[in-house]
Design a protein around this ligand. Sequence first.
Ligand code: ADP
Ligand code: MG
Ligand code: ZN
Length: 659
Amino acid sequence: MTPAPDGRGANKPATPARPPRSRWWIVAVVVTLLAINLWVSSQALKPNAPIRIPYYPTFIDQVNAHNVKTVDTTVNSVTGTLATPIRYPPGDTTSPASTNFSTQIPSFANGNQLASLLEKQGVTINARAPSSGPSVLESLIFGFGPTLLLVGLFVIVARRMATGGGGGAGGLMSFGRSRARRVEANDQHATFADVAGIDEAKEELTEIVDFLRGPEKYLKLGARIPRGVLLSGQPGTGKTLLARAVAGEAGVPFFQMSASEFVEMIVGVGASRVRDLFHQAKEAAPAIIFIDELDAIGRSRAAGGPNLSGGHDEREQTLNQILTEMDGFDPRTSVIVLGATNRPEILDQALLRPGRFDRRVVVAPPDRAGREAILRVHTRSVPLAPEVDLGAIAASTPGMVGADLANLVNEAALMAAKRGHAQVHRQDLSDALERIVLGAARKVMISEADRRRTAYHEAGHAIMGMLTPGADPVRKVSIIPRGQALGVTFSAPDADRFNFDQRHLLAQIKVMLGGRVAEEVVFGDLTTGAESDIQQLTRIARHMVGRWGMSPAIGPVAVLPADGQGPLLPGVSETSEETQRLVDAEVRRIVETAHEEATRELAEHRENLDSLVAALLQNETLDQEEAYAAAGLAQGAAAGAQTALQAGEAQEAEPPAVS
Ligand code: ADP
Ligand code: MG
Ligand code: ZN
């Protein structure tokens, strides 16, 4: 479930809160406790209630005084009767006198002696075998008590949940009521102006808004408006925000519920909640029902295994109920169901059929201009220093989505406040970005030798990035340790990349090798610090050979599965061992060639390397301008124009930072 972002759009329960009617159980508990208390004290006050006395001296004394008439003993405990009542403690007149007593025989007492003493005094001895089992009452209490307690507790908790969730009326009947948050039209403050950078999705939804504003216009022409619209896109792209904005623009009530909230422990509750939700919405029509995180129940019935919360049946029943409700709509009810999911591919096909979620709106991550627009939205109420260039920030944040950017602005504002600034400065923003992208800086003691080595390693990456045609410009070099990494070199393209040409991939490999090569060139030995570099560059080289057809020896043949596709190529039998060996050889050839070139180039540019290292040791972090200046290399000298070799499927962006 997504809380109302930004604190806007105050949420209201569907019906005004009533005083809960379910106080009876508190009363019941109190009454029971009182009754138990009374019974216990009445037992103690009863005349002749057994008194507990010590074995020695009291019990032995009483025996010697001929006052004990009978004893009943099991293993070590003794109850018995006395001829004349006594009190215990002896002088205490507040406690009642009694002829019944109980005592415990210590395990070290000599049983024979006691027996002969009792016999001598003429006491009647009733020995009983140790009780062979609990009495009927006991077994009832111990057998069913805990279960009863648990059931009672469960009922109480369930009832509280049913009443507490904002679904409205209390009492047993509200158990299956929907707990949707209903937001009234005039409380809905999100509008399309709050949503930026996802213009295509916004455009597709304007039609929906128009319909909800004036359904008659459409209905007169017999037009059928889509009943269900599915927003799909990765987390944080603004799906929830967009749905709220649709309601805000249309000025209609908005019923929001996260699919996971339908699914409860008890089978059937989800379905009845769905029924109730649709019922409420129909009464309020025109209205919007928004089911967030639809994949929680809409997962393909064929694919998903049983999940922990609720299990299979419950999910299926809930899903079926949604399908039924959507089918049962009168097409003229102006209720539109919006759904959102991060994973449209796992949704049950039944959900996507006509008349259900038949309209799909993809909410894609924003491009550079989009990111700038989102930054503008989120800095509307943030005082920015004049030197802040949102365009530049947008350029250095490829891959970030709306939620990341909102977070970035917030972090920067926090940073500025902590530093006592009156405005948010460029430094605050770039520090916040660093913190988000690279993990929080950690403070540790690092030896001077380690610092120097790290500086050479990072400078090696950076110099290779500056020298190699086709490499992304170096944005930042730092030897401040973060998370696992001792330092980091961060490069990013000027524009978002959707395709990677061969030259760029080879350049990336060389840049990743740069760190290790610099260590080789300068120190002549190796450290373990280049592990992740080596992993990344090996992966790129393997993909070039096995997936992207960039090796002449293999040719344009896919011999490796894409990431996340299991070990085999779909629809193809396993590649031969010979091919595998050829792939390995080709990967090795690519990496070795790059390694030789990098070694030669770094040796040739040793002066640039040394001066960049000096600046790094001095300043720890260098931004783009400072880094190029310190290295004595011109910006843009190496970065030629990028030409994508082929259009088509966008490759996943390679991680921009090397450490
Ligand atoms: P999703 O539902 O896709 O995971 P949300 O809508 O919950 O993402 O986004 C979380 C927050 O991130 C929003 O409340 C908003 O502050 C910000 N945000 C996300 N996308 C955008 C966008 N396109 N424009 C403006 N703000 C956005
Ligand atoms: Mg969401
Ligand atoms: Zn590295």
